[in-house]
Design a protein around this ligand. Sequence first.
Ligand code: TRP
Ligand code: SF4
Length: 545
Amino acid sequence: MTPDTNPTDDATDGPTDDPTDGSTDQPSDDARLAPDGGVDAGGADETTLDPWGSATVSDYRNLFAEFGIEEFDEILPEVPDPHYLMRRGVIFGHRDYRPVARAMREGDPFAALSGFMPTGDPHIGHKLVFDEIIWHQRQGGDAYGLIADLEAHSARGMTWDEIDEHARDYVLSLLALGFDPEDGELYRQSDNREVQDLAFELGIEANYSELQAIYGFDGETDVSHMQSVVTQMADILYPQLDEPKPTVIPVGPDQDPHVRLARDLAARTRYFGVTEAYASFAVDDDERALLAAAYETLSERHPDRTVRCGDAATYLENERDPGATDARATTIDSLVTMLSEAGKEPLRPRVRFLERNATGDAFEALIEAIDGEKRVYDEHVDAFDLDRAAAERLARDVELDHGGYGFRAPSSIYHRFMTGLTGGKMSSSVPASHISLLDDPEDGYDKVQSATTGGRETAEKQRELGGKADECPVYELYAYLLAGEDDEFATEVYEECVGGERLCGGCKEQAAELMRKFLEDHQDEREKWADRLDELDIDFDTDRT
Ligand code: TRP
Ligand code: SF4
């Protein structure tokens, strides 16, 4: 079948009509992290999103323009009681989060899932994701945390012994931070037969050239690495196996290629595509927009007669700037050709069901189930009395009745990467650059004390010019972690810093103490869970070699 490049429209994805009120407790604008993350704002070089490469982003703005990630701020007012990471702009972007926010507001089912490669100790960067999963769980979502052990084994060459040990550590921290295992699910990829079966099915919808294009795989890439990709696709869709539902995948932006592929694969498994059309021939999105406008104008102009394809051809030809060769002109040209050929055929809005993966029975059942006027073709049906949303629901219901998955396109939210404590990027392989959740609290204290700051050379200068909180890893620690729910405290640190009232010595002392306390508490909680791990349905003792 043909890969569909624009498959993820969903009836419920349109603009919402009932955004909840904007929350009133956000820090003032300038207390938020700068939209460029304070890094390389000027020299924006090309951004690549590589799930197995180094996780840095030189300019977060590129992600919007280049990759179509949407700004989280725009959707913030629709999110009930947003998490502090959302309020502070740490969660900066999303793909299609609207259906999730809506489900949350309306008490409908939704899910959150993320996965962790057990390649080292969990650190404060992972805590962001742990917190995001836990928050969605508390908002009423089905929550999933998975250990990507197959990926760690194939893509990172970790041994099973190492994997077991790290897997246990990730799970302990997730639990210690508040994940409720009774209500949510924790699993290892290697132990989840349903995930593996789903991965196999999804693998039918993807081919090598596509993985090559997305991930840069080449002839040397081993097959298990590719298998770990379809396994992740299955992870992402796993929450929908019992019932389709909006699902959010909280991750770093490096995982966006996976999210996009999962959205495509979800659509490719669908029995029917649903789209809008105006005549018997197929059009693309740009053509449809022009056609919709032409239809509207013409039917207003001639309320008492049928508007025909030929009329629209004439109208559009007149609209076309004769000298133009731009995209719009080309679109008009191709439309005019199709419209002229259709000639006397009436132009009428309709929803179109395209047969994709449906069995004959399912296609028959769909035709049967369409109310009102319909026209049946070989591989599609046009319905004249249904709106788009009703059509989407119908298509999904018929699919589910006939044994299909009925997947919704999964959504994602993206958080900023933390800056390393030593400047540059936070890296698991440079211990001083990050704080592990397993670090001795005293080491945590010391690492904060030795961190780079956004301070000036002298106290005098700092008082005069203020510190550069936007470029300060210590300020990040406050905003991302140490201030917790307390927005006022985070804002105060920021404003005192940039206002020159706060000096780095005292500021770091305060942060270091908070960090020590956080690590002590966290590790106590981990201890408590350590004795209860066997209550969970997850095995940390694989006999694989
Ligand atoms: N690839 C992810 C990582 O590198 C781990 C992962 C596996 C994952 N499956 C997932 C993340 C599903 C989110 C959702 O960390
Ligand atoms: Fe960073 Fe604090 Fe110094 Fe400001 S005062 S630059 S926040 S360490």
